[in-house]
Design a protein around this ligand. Structure first.
Ligand SMILES: [Zn+2]
Ligand SMILES: [Zn+2]
Length: 241
C-alpha cells in the first residue's frame, strides 16, 4: 500500500514536471490539461505585427526594404513581442528549464501573426543560430534549433543545422553592453560547406537585443553566397525595438 503510494506520488511528480497544472508565469491553476501558461497571461502579452530592421531597429514597410539600410543591408525581423512580463518569464522557463513543449505554441503564434510575410519571402532554408559545442553540452539543447524545427513543421521549409557553426565560445551577451556585444561575437560563426549557396535563408534565434549575433551570422552566410531574407525571434529585448 505504502509502496503504491510512493510510486503513485513519483509518477504524479513526474507528470507535474512534464505537464504542470499551474501557470508558469502567475502560478494560477490551469484547467486545460497540458497548457503551461494560463489564458489570462497569454492575453497580457503585447503582440506586435510590425516588421523590424535588424540593422537599424526601425519598423520597416511591407516591401521589406528599410529606407535607411537599403536593399543590401535590409534584414527584416519578425517577433511575437517585447521581452517584458509575461513573455520574458515564459521565455526564461523555456530556456532554462527546457520546456520543449513551449516552443510549438510560441512558434504557431508568431507564424499566425506573420503569415503573409512568410508566404511572400519564399525561403528555401531555415538556419538556427548555433551554440558552441561546449555550451550545447552544458545546456543539453539549443533553443534556436527547437524553434527552427517547429517553424519547419508548420511551414514545410527545410532546416539546416550543420552548415553554420559557432567556432568560438563567447562570453554571455547578457553581461555586456552594446559595443562589447559586437566585439564578443565578431568572427564567432563560420559556414563549413556549400549548402547555403544561392539559398534564401530564414535565421532563427530566441531573443534579439542588439542584433549583433544575427548580423554576424548573416555576414558569414553572405560570404558563403547565401541570402538571409528574414530573421525570426520569439522576443525583442532592450528599449531599441
Ligand atoms: Zn498565468
Ligand atoms: Zn534598417
Amino acid at each position: 500500500m505504502q509502496t503504491n503510494g510512493v510510486i503513485k506520488s513519483g509518477i504524479e511528480a513526474l507528470l507535474e514536471f512534464v505537464y504542470p497544472s499551474n501557470c508558469l508565469n502567475c502560478n494560477e491553476y490551469i484547467e486545460q490539461p497540458g497548457e503551461l501558461i494560463c489564458p489570462k497571461c497569454w492575453d497580457k502579452i503585447y503582440y506586435t505585427d510590425d516588421i523590424y530592421c535588424v540593422g537599424c531597429k526601425s519598423a520597416i514597410p511591407a516591401n521589406l526594404i528599410c529606407s535607411k539600410c537599403k536593399i543590401e543591408n535590409s534584414l527584416p525581423l519578425i517577433t511575437l513581442g517585447h521581452f517584458a512580463s509575461p513573455l520574458g518569464e515564459i521565455i526564461k522557463q523555456f530556456k532554462y528549464r527546457g520546456f520543449i513543449k513551449m516552443s510549438p505554441i510560441l512558434v504557431n503564434r508568431i507564424l499566425d501573426i506573420h503569415a503573409i510575410i512568410i508566404k511572400k519571402i519564399k525561403a528555401d532554408l531555415i538556419v538556427p543560430i548555433p551554440l558552441h559545442s561546449y555550451r550545447l553540452k552544458s545546456r543539453g539543447f539549443n533553443q534556436a534549433e527547437i524553434l527552427a524545427d517547429n517553424i519547419s513543421m508548420k511551414t514545410g521549409i527545410e532546416v539546416n543545422k550543420n552548415s553554420l557553426r559557432k567556432i568560438r565560445n563567447t562570453r554571455d551577451q547578457k553581461l555586456l553592453d552594446h559595443n562589447e556585444r559586437i566585439k564578443n561575437v565578431k568572427d564567432a560563426y563560420k559556414v563549413f560547406d556549400e549548402d547555403l549557396r544561392d539559398k534564401k535563408i530564414i535565421l532563427v534565434d530566441d531573443v534579439i537585443t542588439t542584433g549583433a549575433t544575427l548580423n554576424e551570422a548573416r555576414k558569414e552566410i553572405i560570404k558563403a553566397e547565401g541570402k538571409v531574407v528574414l530573421a525570426i525571434v520569439i522576443a525583442t529585448a532592450g528599449s531599441i525595438y
